[in-house]
Write a new protein. Structure first.
Length: 150
């Protein structure tokens, strides 16, 4: 009888723990929304000794070792970025650089919302446990990442 109670208790405990793990997975899924496609096939020319990317007004960018965007971006990475023309050029999943106080942060757009002041973006570093604490307005956005070079 004691053995049955112990087995039933273990089954209950296993079910309880797996339910909590499943709920955690639902609230913190591993999949991250990818960036909006910005480089189309006709903009890429591959030659035997070089590659040409036809990206108007592209700028080269490097990164510092903050680890907030690991493993996608690290200090060994470089990137190509463009300046967005309007807030409609920024989509959920895009990685943007934006000004915050005296710093430039590079994080992923996880949501786009509106309030009485207009559109704002919710940002999060892929390796950070929670979103950035501010509403990012279009006026703070510097560039949108369009290619990462490893």
């Amino acid at each position: 009888m004691l053995q049955r109670i112990l087995v039933l208790s273990l089954i209950f405990l296993a079910g309880f723990l797996s339910h909590d793990l499943y709920r955690e997975w639902l609230t913190h899924p591993l999949d991250v929304q990818g960036p909006h496609q910005r480089i189309l096939d006709h903009q890429v020319e591959i030659q035997p000794d070089h590659v040409v990317l036809r990206i108007p007004n592209a700028q080269f960018a490097g990164f510092t070792a903050t680890h907030s965007m690991d493993p996608v971006i690290d200090s060994d990475s470089n990137a190509l970025e463009i300046i967005p023309k309007s807030e409609e050029d920024i989509h959920i999943g895009d990685i943007i650089s934006y000004r915050y106080k005296e710093d430039t942060l590079i994080h992923r757009v996880i949501d786009v919302k509106k309030d009485e002041q207009g559109t704002y973006f919710i940002m999060k570093g892929d390796n950070n446990p929670s979103p950035d604490p501010i509403k990012v307005r279009f006026g703070q956005v510097q560039r949108v990442l369009v290619a990462i070079l490893y």
